[in-house]
Design a protein around this ligand. Structure first.
Ligand code: PFF
Length: 461
């Protein structure tokens, strides 16, 4: 069992926050959040999402931090060691392996789309087109059997290249460079969006709740979105926490990451919905194609008279998506690759190449499920939707619940207190509330939402 050495720790506290925030901030914020918000009626969904974000996802994130840093090794070893050698918990080590393969496989397909769109924007490929062209272009591209797979492969290769460089030179450095650029792009685009005609209608959709639209599926989607957005339940953050220094304040780190992640999601909403409402006949519930069909059309129509603005806004927007995607794919690959790296003594290069290759194979299936394999289904879902369902609605909530039960009930409380207070050297004012949440509220909440979904118990229509 190898413990993490000094060179394999994040060099600074800021680096640790940025790396965890890099994992959290991704297509989940800029692509999935607007899609889900649009599909689930807007502001009421957002309020429930924020509730789950701080009362459920953040405590689970802090729990992953505590398990990861205390264990200091692979997730399986951490559970084995902290569970007092109880064999059953060692199986939790498989969650990041299976979850990592699944999530990276389908996520890198959409990340590949963003890379393709970035290059299209760079070439000026969106200029002088009509509304219908964007929709036809997206349909032709996403259903093509070859092109999207090539872009997926490029994303996976870029991700492998960063992961191979290691914790400080790869993950931390990439997060330190990419996260500030991402923030600047977000703010510039949000300010532009707010100046568009009818921007206030988009803001109303985002911030004026209509609770009559809340159904059980809205609640479940909000929970899934909060967990997905913070990357919790798969053990990804356990893996990153292995690289935290002993003086990192886990609670503060968790709250900072949740704050950054929520702000990015809301800012993405502020970019996208005012833009959508600025053109008659566009709908906020356009679904996953919102950022690939609706937005290029918006940039073109709104800034059509000033071609430079149309060019630069779409270029910035897709650069934002690519950077957000990469900081997350890095964390997905790391959590799975590190398992093979430590368990089988493979080099970083070999373990990352192995995981990347398998993910490219599964990613190809996911990509084909939009076109040639549209009719191939598992439980009625195509590969892409099935992988997303398994990860966001199944493995993440169950994984998160088991982690809370483990740290709240199985592990000696002294360990938890020592982790939250850095062995008594700092105060953790939220400790009692946090412990209450992971022992009672989080497991209960997840079980209720599940029971409701399975129809065993109904608390919402
Ligand atoms: N949180 C990421 C996003 O919002 O895009 C997605 C993600 C990253 C999910 C890492 C799971 C994971 F382990």
């Amino acid at each position: 069992m190898s413990r993490t050495s000094g060179k394999n720790l994040f060099a600074s506290k800021v680096g640790a926050v940025l790396a965890a925030a890099g994992s959290a901030v991704g297509l989940g914020n800029v692509w999935r959040f607007p899609t889900e918000t649009g599909a689930n009626g807007g502001a009421a969904f957002i309020l429930i999402y924020i509730f789950f974000m701080f009362l459920l996802a953040t405590p689970i994130m802090v729990t992953e931090f505590a398990i990861g840093r205390h264990g200091g090794s692979t997730v399986a070893d951490s559970f084995h060691k902290m569970g007092g050698g109880r064999r059953g918990w060692k199986w939790m080590g498989l969650v990041p392996v299976v979850g990592g393969f699944l999530v990276l496989s389908y996520y890198s397909v959409v990340a590949g789309w963003t890379l393709h769109y970035f290059f299209e924007a760079l070439k000026g490929g969106f200029m002088h087109k009509g509304a219908a062209d964007y929709s036809l272009d997206f349909a032709a591209f996403s259903t093509d059997p070859v092109q999207p797979v090539i872009w997926t492969a490029l994303i996976i290769i870029a991700t492998c290249a960063i992961v191979v460089l290691g914790v400080q030179q790869g993950i931390e450095r990439a997060s330190r460079i990419m996260m500030p650029i991402l923030f600047i792009l977000l703010i510039v685009l949000a300010v532009c969006s707010l100046t568009l005609p009818n921007a206030s209608q988009g803001l109303r959709f985002l911030f004026e709740p209509d609770f009559s639209k809340v159904t059980s599926s809205v609640v479940i989607s909000a929970m899934g979105q909060a967990l997905f957005s913070l990357s919790v339940g798969l053990g990804c953050l356990c893996t990153y926490a292995c690289y935290f220094r002993k003086d990192t304040d886990l609670m503060k780190n968790g709250l900072s990451v949740a704050g950054i992640d929520t702000s990015v999601a809301l800012l993405s909403g502020v970019i996208i919905f005012p833009a959508v409402y600025s053109i008659p006949n566009l709908q906020p519930d356009a679904g996953p194609s919102l950022v690939f069909i609706t937005l290029p059309n918006v940039f073109q129509q709104v800034f059509g008279n000033v071609p430079f603005l149309a060019y630069i806004s779409s270029l910035f927007f897709y650069l934002l998506l690519v950077l957000a995607a990469l900081t997350s794919t890095i964390s997905m690959l790391e959590m799975t690759a590190v398992y093979f790296h430590k368990k089988f003594n493979l080099s970083r290069l070999h373990s990352s190449t192995f995981v990347g290759t398998v993910c490219l194979l599964f990613g190809t299936f996911c990509s084909l499920s939009f076109g040639a394999w549209k009719d191939v289904t598992i439980f009625g879902l195509g590969f892409f939707d099935f992988f997303d369902f398994l990860v966001a609605k199944f493995i993440m909530p169950i994984g998160g619940m088991l982690m809370c039960v483990f740290l709240g009930w199985v592990v000696d409380e002294k360990v938890l207190r020592a982790e939250m207070t850095n062995n008594g050297t700092i105060r953790c004012p939220l400790y009692s509330i946090y412990r209450f949440i992971i022992r009672y509220l989080a497991p209960l909440c997840i079980m209720l939402v599940f029971a409701n979904e399975l129809g065993m118990f109904s608390f919402l229509k």
